[in-house]
Write a protein that binds this ligand. Structure first.
Ligand code: HEM
Ligand code: HEM
Length: 219
């Protein structure tokens, strides 16, 4: 009797990171639109730490998480568009989308730290910079959000296309972490290492916030 082989693709840290984004972004949207700024900022700190840790994991993480293994040059991208096949991990277009989404998520979080709203909330780093910078960051927070929404919509359409039209089981692989059909890579790196990276990111963010100057008093 033969049993299906499970080739490791997405390690646990990548999957936890990914599936936290869905409720996380939904919550940020709701709190941002309804002005629940305390909750908005706490959830944002969690997301910033997750995104920064994912970027670090892109250098030291498991095989398919590492940028050097999935980022390819224009030649390979064009070749993939001409002859698309099934790829273990991100395909060349998925790789571009990953970079765009990670970049936009980071920009959203960082611009938020310097943003102010029209009521009484200020991002914790707003008063490191001058008024012009705060205005630019606040504006960018809004523009970047529109870009992020567009890229998330594109991401969902692309996933639906590969999943249902091309019949590639991307969602199952992102959920279970392994593929029964594709060749796997080296074993996953320790999730404990990812936890250390996350704790370091949280420590740095906490230090930056704790050291930031207080907002000016208007009275
Ligand atoms: C707020 C919503 C979402 C955001 C911001 C988001 C973001 C991302 C990011 C950044 C990656 C790259 C993962 C990495 O390498 O770290 C990714 C991959 C992926 N996402 Fe999402 N995602 C979202 C929602 C969803 C949903 C709802 C699904 C499906 C039901 C989904 C399915 C996938 C799959 C299957 C991959 C792997 C793609 C591949 O094989 O190349 N995502 N997503
Ligand atoms: C990934 C992280 C973040 C996401 C997805 C996000 C998302 C959003 C959204 C959807 C809005 C409403 C935008 C609109 O009305 O057009 C908003 C507004 C706002 N966010 Fe964030 N945000 C993030 C991080 C942060 C952080 C870290 C802070 C500060 C601690 C922050 C502070 C603000 C402020 C002050 C506003 C109101 C700006 C205004 O009134 O124009 N955000 N954010």
């Amino acid at each position: 009797m033969t049993s299906a082989t499970h080739n490791p693709v997405w390690d646990l840290p990548i999957r936890i990171f990914h599936w936290c984004l869905l409720p996380g972004i939904g919550f940020m949207w709701w709190t941002g639109e309804t002005g629940r700024m305390e909750w908005h900022s706490y959830c944002a700190y969690g997301l910033i730490c997750l995104v920064v840790s994912r970027i670090v994991w892109g250098f030291i993480g498991s095989y398919h998480a590492r940028f050097f293994h999935f980022l390819v040059g224009p030649k390979r991208i064009i070749q993939y568009i001409r002859e698309p096949g099934e790829v273990t991990g991100h395909n060349p277009l998925g790789a571009l989308s990953t970079i765009a989404l990670l970049g936009l998520l980071l920009a959203q979080g960082l611009s938020g730290l310097f943003s102010v709203d029209d009521a009484s909330f200020e991002g914790p780093l707003a008063y490191i910079a001058d008024g012009d910078f705060i205005d630019t960051a606040t504006e960018w927070h809004e523009v970047n959000w529109s870009l992020l929404q567009a890229f998330i919509a594109l991401h969902l359409l692309a996933i639906a296309f590969y999943q249902f039209k091309r019949r590639q089981r991307l969602i199952q692989v992102m959920w279970f972490g392994s593929s029964e059909t594709r060749q796997g890579a080296e074993p996953a790196k320790s999730s404990l290492l990812a936890l250390v990276v996350l704790a370091a990111a949280a420590g740095c963010l906490w230090l930056a916030i704790a050291m930031a100057p207080e907002p000016p008093r208007w009275y």
